[in-house]
Ligand binder design. Sequence first.
Ligand SMILES: Cc1ncc(C[n+]2csc(CCOP(=O)(O)OP(=O)(O)O)c2C)c(N)n1
Length: 643
Amino acid sequence: MTNHPATPHLDQIKTPADLHGLSDADLTRVANDLRTETITAVSRTGGHLGAGLGVVELTVAIHAVFDTPRDKLVWDVSHQCYPHKILTGRRDLMPTLRKKDGISGFTKRSESPYDPFGAAHSSTSISAALGFAVARDLGGVPDTGAGDAIAVIGDGALSGGMAYEAMNNAGHLGKRLIVILNDNEMSIAPPTGAMSAYLSRLYAGAPFQELKAAAKGAVSLLPPPFQEGARRAKELIKSATVGGTLFEELGFSYVGPIDGHDMEQLMSVLRTVKARADGPILIHAITKKGKGYAHAEGRADRGHASAPFDVTTGNQRKAPSNAPSYTKTFAQALIREAEGDDKIVAVTAAMPDGTGLDLFAERFPKRCFDVGIAEQHAVTFCAGMAAGGLKPFCALYSTFLQRGYDQVVHDVAIQRLPVRFAIDRAGLVGADGATHAGSYDIGFLANLPGFVVMAAADEAELVHMVATAAAHDEGPIAFRFPRGEGVGVDMPERGVPLEIGRARMISEGNKVALLSFGTRLSEVQKAAEALAAKGITPTIVDARFAKPLDEEMILQLAAHHEALITIEEGAIGGFGSHVAQLLAENAVFDRGLKYRSMVLPDVFIDQASPADMYAVAAMNAEHIEARVLDVLGVATLGQRAGT
Ligand SMILES: Cc1ncc(C[n+]2csc(CCOP(=O)(O)OP(=O)(O)O)c2C)c(N)n1
């Protein structure tokens, strides 16, 4: 492990109030230490690196000028909040970042009064900050007091529709509200879309212009040293036909662009804004993702997320993988299908690497669409393409699909449009914690009329499900698969479409049937091995479909076993509930079947490794084994024998 580099200036800062009154030069020294400390911390735990490094000066300046936690600082997505955590009393806890029982990788209300609003999904900060501003003006007094409301939002997050809904509302209400646009010209991947191009035009080719846009209306908001320059700039642009900025049209005063790494500029602009703002104001700060750490700056994603790494070499310490990841398997299978069918197109919402669609885009650049952080649009865009005769695959993480739910119902399901949903990161995902868990998609999709809902039990099954989705033109279809590596099964040459609504018998046994939906199948098989040693041979079935259910098979299992247990990587109200409904309606319980369902517990599970999270959820092999013993009454007997 590397020695802890000295950080004498940061060491003086115990709370943000200690920054008040420091000179700009001293604040710069603190910022330099804070950058070092952030790099050291993330090198040991892994996590989001590039975004935090990009806002080090901004973080120091905001805390130096504003009075947190009375003033409410709301970080958008909040993956950039590590420097903020270090400054707000959590420095000593950084070694526990994103670990079981440790601190979260995002802001979290329950963790600190300095985190007034939790986040992890993007584009929510302006809405939340506006809520704080209105609450303040209407007499709401939270425990920490009521002060200014400040949202910090990235240019990537500004591709999400909610940010505009919030600005539209804020411009109309006219309340004092401070939005800082942290523009690093990066999302995870390079940002896409017209808005990104617009932001670039605001400062393209010109030196930092606190001047230009300020010249168009916000001169009085600038500190005096900038005002002269702004007047000059005004003269310069008089002849040019530059309209008001989009932000001004929305009712915001616009200040910028400013250099988000220049402490003097930051401090003078923030001080002046604090002293004079009387309505919504947007400060446009230009920053560099990964700033100050060459190994992050040099990476294609600017060090967006990292495993633990060696600070000197930048080399990440990742365990070698044994089997292909589900994500890559999906991408390769989709490419193979698309080679034979030119109607197949694919859509990602700002996650080309995360969904594997970067590979698809390399092969079919015209048939792949990165729409930005815009899941709602992604879903309806796919619905339109499906109505227009294409075969769209909408590739989203389970957790982010949540944002497009009304679009799934209203635009896709009701119109029975054949949109294919490839749902990655299904189930518990690990270090990102509860905000990123893919817990609900089975429940919220399987209750929609006409939807087909599948879960892959292993990577070979995933290949068949991609083929099934490609072939299914009758209506919407979804298949879910987890984060991480497959189990190492033999892979088929090509995917073969599955018969819709047919389960797969894995092994026939007696007394108890284990009906698995998704990748818990391997845990079920491990449990079965342990049970075999105890003389119990369960029947094992891979359900493949939560909708439509293989009713015939399930009723057969119920008829020929004493007990039936379902297991799925999803919350209550999913596969198991549909099975229970089927059994109830067919009077199976009247005849005495012992039925149990293993679902995620009815709590939000904090971050840990996926295996640890499944342990908390009691869904690993040992728990399945215990459940079988319990339902058959064996555990009780065993305990009695032992006492
Ligand atoms: C609704 C939603 N979709 C996708 C993501 C995944 N995601 C996390 S950070 C990020 C990029 C954010 O870019 P930006 O706001 O510019 O911040 P930067 O990382 O560049 O500082 C994305 C797409 C998310 N957090 N929320």
